[in-house]
Design a protein around this ligand. Structure first.
Ligand SMILES: Nc1ncnc2c1ncn2[C@@H]1O[C@H](COP(=O)(O)OP(=O)(O)OP(=O)(O)O)[C@@H](O)[C@H]1O
Ligand SMILES: [Mg+2]
Length: 272
């Protein structure tokens, strides 16, 4: 059964989409079956994975308002083996309003994803830069939230609000939700500021922090305009190395938890 990870931070431009695209592609490269879910009306994960978002007739929007099934809008990547995409485009911006008043509207995405969860090892959800109904839908669907933090002066701003939202969702909508961890993005080894941000966040935020730090790398910024993830665009770049390492850590965490779970089950079984 897939581990479902929502990539969220209401702050704009911190590297959510870059992480969603490249973590998905690097997990797929390691032979994991991956579904990338784009719940951002900007549709940047969709286009960054090589899909022409403006030509799509069926997207996650039509699925969420009940005009098509998940199967109707699911796209199998033809450039990345093991990767499927649930695409979005600007139409999704309308969902926010259209879902008002609909029963269980926080669980619409979950209801669809639950049906295909067993087909994947990882489901990665890219969230928009807001704490909107769409982000809440991602958090009710997910097992964990991965928070990218940009190495810049205002890094901590808004984090308290994000943590508060996650704990509210956990309390009211999805009791099993956990924080996957924090990953630093756009780290610039040439500046003291990047280092200070990392130290400062580590001191102030009592969360799991990934050992992998994603460097600032121009190849990561170029890749989306070619519709390619970094491991295909420039396999030897520092950006590709970074996201490969992150994928490795995510797999390690997942496996460690899995073995803990099975060990626990075994102990319970022996006690019977
Ligand atoms: N490690 C990096 N090195 C260089 N450029 C990067 C890196 N990560 C992201 N970028 C660039 O920074 C910009 C913002 O990144 P991205 O779109 O991933 O952020 P986001 O959090 O998804 O933004 P939004 O909040 O608008 O959805 C993009 O132009 C992207 O190409
Ligand atoms: Mg984005």
């Amino acid at each position: 059964m897939a581990r479902i990870i929502a990539i969220a931070n209401q702050k704009g431009g911190v590297g959510k989409t870059t992480t969603a695209i490249n973590l998905s592609a690097c997990l797929a490269e390691r032979n994991r079956k991956v579904l990338a879910v784009d719940v951002d009306p900007q549709g940047n994960t969709t286009s960054g994975l090589g899909i022409n978002k403006n030509k799509l007739e069926k997207t996650i929007y039509e699925m969420m308002i009940g005009q098509c099934t998940l199967g109707d809008c699911l796209i199998k990547s033809d450039i990345i083996e093991n990767l499927d995409i649930l695409p979005s485009n600007v139409n999704l911006a309308g969902a926010e309003i259209e879902l008002i008043g609909i029963d269980e509207r926080e669980y619409i995405l979950k209801q669809h994803i639950d049906e295909i969860r067993d087909n994947y090892d990882f489901i990665i959800i890219d969230c928009p830069p807001s704490l909107s109904t769409l982000t809440v839908n991602a958090m009710t669907t997910a097992d964990t939230v991965l928070v990218p933090i940009q190495c810049e002066f205002y890094a901590l701003e808004g984090l308290a609000q994000l943590m508060h939202t996650i704990s509210l969702v956990k309390k009211r909508l999805n009791t099993k939700l956990r924080i996957e961890g924090v990953v630093f993005t756009m780290f610039d080894a040439r500046t003291n500021l990047s280092l200070q941000v990392v130290e400062n966040v580590k001191e102030n935020l009592k969360q799991n922090i990934y050992k992998t730090i994603i460097p600032r790398n121009v190849r990561l910024a170029e890749a989306p305009s070619h519709g390619l993830p970094i491991n295909l665009y420039d396999s030897k770049s520092a950006g590709a190395e970074g996201y490969r390492q992150l994928a490795y850590e995510v797999i390690e965490n997942d496996e460690a938890e899995y073995f803990n779970r099975t060990e626990l089950e075994e102990i319970k079984y022996r006690k019977r």
